[in-house]
Write a protein that binds this ligand. Structure first.
Ligand code: ADP
Ligand code: ZN
Length: 218
């Protein structure tokens, strides 16, 4: 039944912990974590046509065009593992994407159930992103001060090299934050009109954030 499918959207500025929390709650909720940023980066690594098209925007801290992003996302949520629902991380990021998603879901008798808005001050975003490192292979996330890998430069999970994302360089972080406030933050009001938004304080520590989010799902 359509009504039983749980669809959750994680929103918030870059570095607010959307991806981290989505990874932590996905097993509890039994849902796949779908990160548009991660799908793009995977395509960039494999040098696919999609990767080449998206990479031009991502490396400048700009958004990938809606058409390309929506096509990719709608394709992904057709997959078998999305039958019971999914957690969207990094999508939608523009009003256009949100409207297209609504249309897509309405046509199938579905709707969004919850929008979690991770809230965090700019200073903390900059501190987190500039110190963030990621595994070049499995995307496990580290931080040079908060959570360094056990062996310097090597992933705890898979042993591959841990690197800095190109878009985590200072000028690009600034561009991403500007884009967020200008283009993505207005989406909060969009979803607030349907009363779907819950604010999540992103500064209370990883475990507390997870506990809070899970409490919302009973
Ligand atoms: P973050 O949330 O930390 O910025 P993501 O991994 O979610 O990182 O996204 C990285 C980049 O991928 C974004 O800066 C943007 O260029 C692109 N991207 C991801 N999701 C979208 C989207 N829904 N629409 C357009 N571009 C996107
Ligand atoms: Zn790894």
């Amino acid at each position: 039944m359509a009504g039983d499918i749980l669809k959750v959207i994680m929103m918030g500025p870059p570095g607010s912990g959307k991806g981290t929390q989505a990874e932590l709650i996905k097993n509890h909720l039994g849902l796949p974590h779908i990160s548009t940023g991660e799908i793009f980066r995977e395509n960039i690594r494999k040098n696919t046509q999609l990767g080449q098209r998206a990479g031009k925007y991502i490396e400048k801290g700009q958004l990938v065009p809606d058409e390309l992003t929506c096509e990719m996302l709608f394709d992904r949520i057709e997959d078998e593992d999305c039958k019971e629902g999914y957690i969207l991380d990094g999508f939608p990021r523009t009003i256009e994407q949100a409207e297209r998603l609504d249309k897509y879901l309405t046509e199938r008798g579905h709707k969004i159930d919850k929008v979690l808005n991770m809230s965090i001050p700019d200073q903390e975003v900059i501190r987190r992103l500039s110190g963030r490192r990621v595994c070049s292979n499995c995307e496990e996330i580290y931080h040079i001060d908060d959570n360094p890998p056990a062996k310097e430069g090597l992933c705890n999970v898979c042993g591959s090299s841990v690197i800095q994302r190109k878009d985590d360089l200072p000028e690009i972080i600034k561009a991403r934050l500007d884009t967020y406030y200008e283009i993505s933050q207005p989406l909060i009001s969009y979803y607030n009109r349907s009363g779907l938004v819950t604010i999540v304080d992103g500064t209370i520590g990883k475990t507390n954030v997870t506990r809070f989010i899970l409490s919302l799902f009973g």
